[in-house]
Design a protein. Structure first.
Length: 459
């Protein structure tokens, strides 16, 4: 008789290994001080387990490394580009495919074409680089997540959804003529890596068509979103992740993607669309800053590896392991009373630092304080998504972000269960002394994406 095993095993075997960065607490204390309490500035060899991001940190497969060797490095019209282009066209159905060195380059190029002063972009949630690239053109980025998305304790299958009522109010409102694009981020990274339902994608698409507004998908984690739809949405349990992904893309006018996520490569991105005029303008801009449109700032070998990754990422055994691994981390933290965004997302578990460190006010950056303490305690690097990343200073008045989260982003195919068990154990220890964790204050920060380079000191 067949039965389901309790243990989810990694659907791969390890062929190459890399040493971890073991350090003492005294060393880490000095490293943190020299890094100005900014985890982006810490040398990677001083990190034991790196959960800063899942972007570009995954382990490529043997077949992807074979693609690296097959890469055609011709300057123009390389064979590798046509492999890349065909894979993306077959997946998305979009006729215009433009490679870039990473996702934010695609954002910069596209938004420079459609954005500008007084223009408006709407999203379920813009991530940091997306928002920065929108605002760099003089446009305004507005987030319209469903209300439940900010109730971090509420368990809901599709908390990444866009608020349809709010979206329509904007699309038919007094500033509707200034709205140039709606961006659906799947999964919703800023608010816990939460998935977006197919029903929501379909309804957003209908509204965009009704009000003649372009809809683009931020597809960095499209495969994870597809698998959540398969698991949780009625009518999709018998569909393959690839079939679900193709349906998602069919409702939009184009997509932007950082291939460093769900294409499981270390560099690269692209954008694809139906609009040939936008694509023509984009290629002209790309030649100035990225390179010829058939390589877009990438080597031919990178194009080939991305194409292969887009195939591998839709394998059901891989996606089951991926989603269950993140859920396992969430279960472990929950058992020790660590508050997280519920339910665990697709690529990361988000710790609710506002609740965990309730004695630290937003202006003392509780999420950054927790991230620093996590590194100091055990060499684990994570990422703040809170008032350091999204807070504003309006005429000297501090406006905190609506969330204070620490993202534990799990790189693809990199860490084993024992690594995750260790992370859980460290949080168990931190939970016992959380009242002694101190806040931070900013000494220096850039006005644009300041969290990458900010200098802080303990309060």
């Amino acid at each position: 008789m067949d039965w389901k095993y309790r243990t989810i095993i990694e659907p791969f075997k390890i062929k190459s290994v890399e040493p971890l960065g073991f350090t003492t607490q005294e060393e880490r204390k000095e490293v943190l001080r020299k890094a100005d309490y900014n985890l982006f500035k810490i040398p990677a060899d001083k990190v034991l387990i790196d959960l800063l991001t899942d972007s570009g940190t995954g382990a490529m497969s043997a077949e992807q490394w074979a693609c690296i060797m097959r890469g055609d490095e011709s300057y123009a019209g390389a064979r590798s580009f046509y492999v890349f282009e065909k894979t993306i066209k077959d997946l998305t159905g979009y006729k215009e495919v433009i490679p870039t060195h990473q996702g934010r380059a695609a954002e910069r190029i596209l938004f420079s074409i459609v954005g500008g002063k007084d223009k408006i972009f709407l999203s379920n949630s813009h991530f940091d680089t997306t928002r920065a690239n929108v605002e760099a053109t003089g446009a305004t980025a507005i987030d319209l997540p469903i209300k439940e998305a900010l109730d971090f304790e509420k368990k809901l299958d599709f908390k990444g959804n866009m608020d349809l009522s709010a979206l329509e109010d904007y699309l038919k409102g007094s500033n509707s003529k200034n709205i140039v694009m709606v961006i659906l981020t799947v999964t919703n990274n800023s608010l816990g890596g939460q998935p977006v339902s197919m029903k929501n994608i379909r309804e957003v698409s209908k509204l965009c068509k009704k009000y003649n507004t372009a809809l683009f998908i931020d597809a960095a984690r499209f495969a994870e979103n597809s698998y959540f739809i398969k698991l949780k949405e009625e009518g999709y349990s018998n569909k393959t992740p690839r079939e679900i992904a193709k349906e998602m893309f069919s409702y939009a006018d184009g997509c932007l993607m950082s291939a460093k996520k769900d294409a499981i490569v270390n560099i690269g991105g692209f954008f694809a669309m139906k609009n040939s005029e936008w694509a023509k303008q984009a290629r002209e801009i790309e030649i100035l800053g990225e390179g010829f449109p058939t390589y877009g700032g990438l080597a031919g070998r990178d194009l080939e590896a991305i194409a292969q990754g887009l195939i591998e990422v839709l394998d059901e055994e891989y996606l089951n392991y991926r989603i269950m691994s993140v859920s396992y981390l969430g279960d472990g933290l929950r058992k020790h009373g660590v508050p997280i965004v519920e339910p665990p997302g697709g690529h990361a578990v988000y710790v609710n630092a506002k609740k965990f460190l309730s004695h630290i006010p937003p202006e003392a950056f509780p999420a950054q304080a927790l991230a620093c303490e996590l590194y100091l305690e055990a060499g684990i690097r994570s990422c703040e998504i809170g008032s350091l990343m999204f807070g504003k200073n309006n005429n000297g008045k501090f406006i905190p972000a609506p969330m204070e989260l620490v993202r534990l982003a799990v790189p693809r195919r990199v860490y084993t269960q024992s690594h995750i068990d260790f992370v859980v154990e460290v949080f168990e220890h931190l939970a016992k002394k959380k009242d002694r964790i101190q806040g931070l204050r900013i000494v220096e920060a850039s006005p644009t994406l300041g969290h990458f380079t900010a200098k802080l000191i303990p309060v």
